[in-house]
Design a binder for this molecule. Structure first.
Ligand code: SAH
Ligand code: SF4
Ligand code: F3S
Length: 451
């Protein structure tokens, strides 16, 4: 009897990758993925702890699931509810107490044990808990078979973080920095390409701190990217998220030299004020960041910059915030993410004295987002008229429409035959909208890769 599995994913791309691997792990046990929790035998919430709102969403979802589970029980069945990811890791047993409906709590570094944990959860009453940081790596225990969906895929190459920014839970939820071996990563990339993938995004909480073991020593991310560029059929390589401190010379050079490495860089800065950066323990100044971007643009003049910002960090003054606005104006972002500071339990900044009032945070966020939105619109408008290679990833909302990505990660809507799905083709960009562009298909085969 096939069993039904529903996974809901919150948070970052690493969670998206992990959710895929959890489904791969459970498939041999007869679990087939479904799109809704109704009728599911096993529900996994793969959670995010980064901001309070993200963590709270999990509890409201658990409330809804409780009703579904009760219904199923009344009908003589059952529904196992598992919480995975960073909230599971951070809250552990406390989550079992707060939400007794949860049958299984598993952290990001132990989900390779899911098959046995699920069996155990069926046997015992009360929540089964596994939030270890085991000595063995989960990557050595995940199945090789990997379901690919469409022409793009994520590939986790690095996990955890040793930076300890004072606002951030990641070093606690994901543990110490760890890099997968080069052979492991290359083998997984080749399997993905064999499964029809043309674009791989390498993932890590600090992906550019990658230092993977190989037969001839330790490889940097730049060296890994160079090796991946030699995998036949892999047309595009991206990586995320990077820390300014780990933006090494060889990685900057790679942006100018490797055709497959896409001209888009997500490089969070968080703040434009040196005082705030220091209090955040970011270990770089605004000047270091701005000079880094200058050098990256020398190597790859058309690079699209992206970033993350936090407003209302404890102690942030109006003039600190003005420095952030100034940095954004100097940099010019193609896209960016900005957040109100959220105090997270156990992090040093959460107990700092000078917490910024909510109203001030909201005001600053609005001002920053207006500027970032305007920059995004300007970036998209500047692309109109260009003919660029687009990789078609999915069908659009309108019939006869496909959606793909430009090299700069812009979503492009094109009228094209569904046979073009998964293919790379030249598209002339004709209209810019706030979050996407409209394009017209040119040659069915691209004239060349990105110049
Ligand atoms: N490893 C990445 C990002 C990790 S979290 C990096 O170092 O850049 C993703 C983003 O969430 C961060 O870049 C930051 O902007 C935001 N974030 C992290 N903790 C936060 C907090 N306590 N409140 C608000 N935003 C936060
Ligand atoms: Fe969090 Fe800082 Fe590590 Fe990024 S570098 S994951 S923001 S502690
Ligand atoms: Fe969230 Fe954990 Fe990713 S806290 S952002 S899911 S590393």
């Amino acid at each position: 009897m096939p069993r039904k599995l529903f996974i809901k994913t919150y948070g970052c791309q690493m969670n998206v990758y992990d959710s895929g691997r959890m489904a791969d792990l459970l498939a041999p046990l007869g679990y087939e993925e479904t799109m809704t929790p109704e009728g599911a035998d096993l529900v996994i919430l793969n959670t995010c702890h980064i901001r309070e709102k993200a963590a709270e969403k999990v509890y409201s979802e658990l409330g809804r699931l409780r009703a579904l589970k009760d219904q199923r029980k009344a009908a003589g069945g059952d529904m196992l509810i598992a919480v995975a990811g960073c909230v599971a890791q951070a809250e552990g047993e406390e989550m079992g107490r707060r939400a007794p409906v949860v049958d299984l709590i598993v952290g990001p570094q132990t989900y390779h044990r899911l098959p046995e944990l699920v069996a155990q959860a069926h046997r015992v009453s009360g929540a089964v808990l596994d939030t270890d940081f085991p000595a063995e790596s989960k990557f050595d225990h995940l199945p090789e078979s990997q379901k690919t969906e469409g022409p793009t895929a994520f590939l986790s190459v690095q996990e955890g973080c040793d930076k300890f920014c004072t606002f951030c839970v990641v070093p606690y939820t994901r543990g110490a920095e760890y890099s997968r071996s080069v052979s492991d990563v290359l083998a997984e990339a080749r399997r993905l390409v064999a499964g029809g993938v043309h674009e791989i995004t390498l993932l890590g909480q600090n992906v550019n701190a990658y230092h993977g073991e190989a037969d001839d020593g330790t490889w940097s991310l730049a060296r890994l990217v160079r090796a991946l560029a030699d995998v036949p059929g892999l047309q595009r390589i991206r990586y995320t998220t990077s820390h300014p401190r780990d933006m090494s010379d060889d990685l900057i050079a790679a942006h100018g030299e490797i055709e497959q490495l896409m001209p888009y860089l997500h490089l969070p800065v968080q703040s434009g004020s040196d005082d705030v950066l220091k209090a955040m323990n970011r270990r770089h100044t605004r000047d270091v960041y701005l000079r880094l971007i200058e050098r990256i643009r020398v190597a790859r003049p058309d690079i699209a910059m992206s970033g993350d910002f936090i407003v209302g960090f404890p102690g942030e003054t109006d003039s600190d915030f003005a420095q952030t606005i100034d940095l954004v104006q100097q940099t010019g972002y193609a896209s960016a993410y900005s957040f109100k500071y959220s105090a997270r339990p156990g992090t040093p900044a959460s107990t700092a004295g000078a917490q910024v009032p909510e109203a001030v945070k909201s005001e600053r966020l609005t001002a920053l987002q207006q500027l970032l939105d305007a920059q995004q619109v300007a970036f998209n408008h500047a692309s109109v008229g260009k003919t660029v290679p687009v990789l078609f990833e999915r069908t659009g909302r309108k019939a006869g429409q496909l959606v793909g990505r430009s090299p700069w990660l812009q979503a492009v809507h094109v009228e094209a035959d569904v046979a073009m799905m998964g293919k790379l083709a030249d598209v002339t960009l004709v209209e810019a909208k706030a979050n996407s562009l409209a394009g017209v298909l040119q040659a069915a085969e691209p004239a060349g890769k990105v110049a």
